[in-house]
Design a protein around this ligand. Structure first.
Ligand SMILES: Cc1cc2nc3c(=O)[nH]c(=O)nc-3n(C[C@H](O)[C@H](O)[C@H](O)COP(=O)(O)O)c2cc1C
Length: 264
């Protein structure tokens, strides 16, 4: 059961809650105040926008109570210039310090990733956090086994045999998203966006990360490494990110290709 409560004394009857509901699940009662339509029981996607947009804090909703919701603090929002610099200064990190990332910081950045958009607010993303660096190394070794079986990436397998991990780069941690594709309409996008949010949240803590493309390829083709993860039935892996404190600090922002764009 989902309910909304309107504080009629506070409500300014601006109807922003009605305008912002993605599925038109709020209409007006006889007195001209917002009320939830019956269809909300089945159709509400629990986005909480009606509560979050109300200028008068007059609307409360059971699935996202006002009392549990942080307020937006405009003073904390970065300027366009700061945002641009923050985004441009993120790099894929391939050399890590041995020191692990504090558990509380891992939890913090994972919490932030929940705020990535997801189709129908489905939030289908599951995270597998490999905190133990030995286990990360073990997975890198399994990827190398797979490469050796297929006789591909000889440079990487040779490096491994010489004690250099070019697969997971000796990262102390690995973060993997997985989801049930039957549950989500867009698991690729949902998991990718959550990973991008996490990546940026990590950057804000001075933590580096890098997508683990070789590991992701192995997940697509190599049953032993899929079994090793022991994911719930029907779940698929959608992203894998190496993570840790960067060994080196980047001093410059490399150039990118010319923007490919057409305007109409
Ligand atoms: C899907 C995906 C897979 C990637 N796989 C790897 C990888 O296996 N190893 C690696 O060193 N970098 C990997 N990268 C990082 C890219 O090489 C990197 O994003 C690109 O060179 C641009 O550098 P920047 O992220 O520092 O801007 C991957 C990136 C993406 C998006």
């Amino acid at each position: 059961m989902i309910t909304i409560t309107i504080d009629q004394e506070a409500c300014k009857q601006c109807y922003s809650c009605i305008a912002e509901c993605p599925f038109d699940l709020i209409n007006l009662n006889k007195e001209g105040f917002p009320q939830l339509r019956k269809a909300a029981v089945k159709k509400c996607i629990r986005c909480g926008h009606c509560m979050a947009v109300c200028m008068a804090d007059a609307l409360d909703i059971s699935i996202s109570p006002l009392a549990d919701s942080d307020s937006v603090n405009r003073d904390l929002l970065p300027s366009p210039e700061a945002t641009r610099h923050f985004l441009l200064s993120r790099r894929s990190i391939r050399s890590y310090k041995k020191k692990g990332v504090e558990h509380s910081i891992l939890e913090d950045i994972l919490q932030t990733s929940c705020y990535a958009p997801s189709a129908h607010n489905g939030q289908p993303v599951h995270w597998l956090v490999v905190e133990d660096s030995k286990e990360v190394e073990h997975l890198a070794g399994m990827v190398v086994d797979w490469m050796k079986e297929l006789k591909v990436f000889p440079g990487l397998t040779r490096a491994w045999d010489q004690g250099v991990d070019k697969v997971l780069r000796g990262a102390p941690h690995l973060l993997i998203t997985h989801a049930d594709p039957q549950v989500s309409e867009h698991p690729v996008e949902d998991c990718t966006l959550a990973t991008a949010y996490l990546d940026l949240a990590a950057h804000s803590h001075g933590i580096g990360s890098c997508w683990a493309g070789f590991l992701m390829q192995a997940f697509q083709h190599y049953q032993p490494i899929i079994d090793e993860l022991n994911l719930p039935d029907d779940h698929k892996v959608y992203s894998a990110l190496m993570l840790g404190y960067p060994k080196f600090r980047y001093r410059h922002i490399p150039k990118r290709d010319e923007l490919k764009i057409s305007w109409r």
